[in-house]
Design a protein around this ligand. Structure first.
Ligand SMILES: Cc1cc2nc3c(=O)[nH]c(=O)nc-3n(C[C@H](O)[C@H](O)[C@H](O)COP(=O)(O)O)c2cc1C
Length: 205
């Protein structure tokens, strides 16, 4: 591995996610105060990967889903357009998320665009799981035509149906291929990028 980060060690606070460079972890986390023994070392060989991956998955979205009348949404960076006609997208979703179970079972999902000033929202939906909390106690939504949540306040939406044949199973994630059935454009504001999010929330995902 080459590159400007390859000769230093990257530590990550297990409580707040803050990062620290140096041979040793800091005495206390500058952000949340956690002791040094609660830092984990990100292996040197992975430093460039850690830094560059967010630049690949540039834009952040919310993936909305519903099952048995329980609505949920999660932050997702691994969303990409596959073809323009037919309008196909892919979303790579970790198998341990509630969203994964809902999308797999129901076969439909929504994609909510995030605007440049919605880092807090990305953080909320990306750092909490619907397995532990009802995320819609703090946000409101309306139902799309396929019955999935469109989170209020987002600048645009897609409503998608899973193409089960095209969907790919990886070890940790399922790459759901979705056909876009419907879309709504709210405003033309700039999208929230992963790098904007990282700068504002000081986090390593
Ligand atoms: C900035 C950001 C990007 C994320 N991107 C993805 C992603 O592309 N795929 C994924 O499976 N999880 C991603 N996550 C993690 C999920 O949002 C997180 O595991 C969430 O708690 C799952 O919620 P759920 O269990 O309610 O579905 C991301 C989180 C953040 C903060």
């Amino acid at each position: 591995m080459s590159g400007k980060f390859s000769s230093v060690y990257l530590w990550r606070c297990t409580s707040c996610g803050s990062k620290h460079y140096g041979k040793n972890p800091p005495f206390n986390c500058k952000k949340c105060g956690l002791e040094s023994n609660r830092f984990i070392l990100i292996p040197p060989g992975n430093i460039e990967i850690n830094f560059n991956m967010p630049r690949l998955n540039n834009i952040l979205y919310l993936v909305g889903s519903i099952l048995d009348k329980k609505a949920n949404a999660m932050c997702c960076s691994s969303v990409t357009q596959l073809t323009f006609s037919p309008p196909l997208i892919a979303a790579s979703i970790n198998k341990n998320t509630l969203t994964h179970d809902f999308v797999k079972e129901r076969g439909t999902f929504s994609i909510c665009l995030l605007g440049r000033n919605q880092s807090e929202m990305a953080h909320y939906f990306g750092r909490n799981s619907g397995r532990q909390i009802d995320k819609f106690e703090s946000y409101t939504y309306r139902l799309s035509n396929t019955g999935n949540p469109f989170v209020e306040g987002c600048p645009g939406y897609f409503d998608c149906k899973v193409d089960h044949q095209a969907t790919v199973e990886l070890d940790t994630h399922t790459v759901f291929v979705g056909e876009i059935l419907d879309a709504e454009v709210g405003s033309m504001e700039a999208p929230l990028t992963y790098l904007d999010y990282q700068k504002e929330m000081c986090m390593v995902h």
